[in-house]
Design a protein around this ligand. Structure first.
Ligand SMILES: Cc1cc2nc3c(=O)[nH]c(=O)nc-3n(C[C@H](O)[C@H](O)[C@H](O)COP(=O)(O)OP(=O)(O)OC[C@H]3O[C@@H](n4cnc5c(N)ncnc54)[C@H](O)[C@@H]3O)c2cc1C
Length: 400
């Protein structure tokens, strides 16, 4: 097993940045080049819809100190990698070629856009980058008319931030409850109540047909002919993995992302992928898992470093994510399908102090604690062990 002399990382965000930090921590002293499209050094995105958007922070949390990026890696910002040639082992970016012995693709995902009339009007946008967050914050003023399309995590957190700034907020979703695909109707309804109590005009079962205005957006058009006045529209309808480079290079794709084995290696033995873009052959799950969450990008980035250096360690952590909206905080562990798994609630759903369990057969496939912070380790153990549990214990007995 020989140590590579040149490692190139495409994507200067959480997965790519964490991998670079871990490589140096593990003693790698060869060439390390990180190529990123954005103008900034790597940063974490959760604050973009929370502290930065709320005005509680001016900057996101950075991945690595400025001195790390100045002294210990070659960070090429504002530059798009345009192709990978796996035969010659080079990445083209910014008009030059970067040779590699091992390559990590950490290109993440991009917001899904709506192919509707008026979607390119000024004032219609998405939230993915630090610059998007600052631009939206400037528009979230007292009395501004903000329409959010999509009641998923980003939509819900953005609604909370806009309300904090005193904007009038309408949130639209074609489905029956916020977050329904992840949480199902019953738990999703608790989030509906939360937003309505904070004076969000939440309209469910509503489709958007387009946006209208002269130069800037002034209204959102709904199926059935109704309109909603708007000076800012945030489209939060999911994200699409950035797989074009990998696809053009002939790498195997799966589950919408780049297919990687348990050790995060692609179909090319010298190319790895991590974070949002990686469709992982997870040792714990029967299906490929592609996770669009902070913890996954952080941990896979750290984990893949050893494998870039010649190890072949499987990545085994279960999915984990968190959200904060108004005074509600939650953490979700595991992977469930609310359409298939049985929901069990411990605590008070209406008061929004509860733990939701999704049971598959006799074990916990996923658990989410909402404003309940004492049982994190027990929930991790339940999800990881897959041990048989009784509904009575989950509702009111011991979790340990
Ligand atoms: C507003 C917001 C809030 C979030 N909040 C939470 C949260 O509360 N909890 C949670 O668990 N998760 C949250 N997430 C999700 C989490 O941030 C992502 O899962 C994580 O950022 C994924 O990291 P990544 O490094 O895989 O990809 P990304 O963060 O998408 O980074 C990929 C980087 O690669 C760059 N890139 C792409 N193609 C190229 C190319 N060809 N050449 C050069 N560079 C390229 C992109 O510009 C980008 O900078 C949030 C996401 C957003 C947008």
């Amino acid at each position: 097993m020989s140590t590579p002399e040149r490692i190139v990382i495409i994507g200067a965000s959480l997965a790519g940045g964490s991998a670079a930090l871990a490589l140096r921590e593990q003693g790698y002293d060869g060439d390390l080049t990180v190529i990123g499209e954005e103008p900034h050094r790597p940063y974490e995105r959760p604050p973009l819809s929370k502290s930065v958007l709320l005005g509680d922070a001016e900057e996101p949390d950075w991945v690595g100190e400025e001195s790390f990026w100045a002294d210990r890696a070659t960070l090429v910002t504002g530059t798009v990698a345009t192709s990978i040639d796996p035969g010659r082992k080079v990445v083209s970016a910014g008009g030059r070629e970067h040779a590699y012995d091992k390559l990590l693709i950490a290109t993440g995902s991009a917001p899904r856009r709506l192919d509707l009339a008026g979607a390119d009007l000024d004032g219609v946008g998405t939230l993915r980058t630090y610059d998007d967050s600052l631009a939206l914050r400037a528009r979230f003023t007292e009395g501004a008319q903000v329409v959010i399309v999509g009641a998923g995590w980003i939509g819900c957190e953005t609604a909370a931030a806009a309300r904090k700034h005193g904007a009038q907020v309408t949130m639209l979703d074609p489905l029956s409850a916020p977050l329904v695909r992840v949480l199902g109707d019953q738990v999703g309804s608790a989030f509906a109540a939360l937003h309505r109590e904070h004076d969000v005009d939440l309209r469910l079962g509503v489709g958007v047909t387009g946006f209208a205005g002269d130069d800037a957006v002034s209204e959102v058009r709904l199926a059935g002919g109704a309109t909603v006045p708007a000076d800012t529209v945030v489209v939060g309808v999911g994200a699409i993995p950035n797989i074009a480079l990998a696809d053009a290079a002939g790498l195997e794709l799966a589950a919408g992302g780049i297919a990687v084995d348990a050790a995060l290696r692609t179909s090319d033995a010298d190319i790895y992928a991590a974070g949002d873009v990686a469709a992982h052959d997870h040792p714990f799950y029967a299906e490929r898992v592609r996770v669009e969450h902070w913890a996954n990008a952080l941990e896979q980035g750290k984990h893949v470093a050893a494998n870039l250096l010649g190890e072949s360690r499987p990545y085994e952590l279960r999915p984990f994510f968190f959200s904060d909206q108004y005074d509600l905080g939650c953490e979700y562990r595991g992977l469930a399908d609310p359409a298939r798994d049985r929901l069990v609630i411990r605590g008070d759903l209406e008061a929004r102090e509860f733990i939701a369990f999704w049971l598959r057969d006799d074990h916990v496939a996923a658990a989410m604690n909402v404003n309940a912070w004492d049982d994190g380790d027990a929930l991790t153990e339940l999800v990881e062990s897959r041990r048989p549990v009784s509904v009575d214990d989950l509702v009111s007995g011991s979790l340990g």
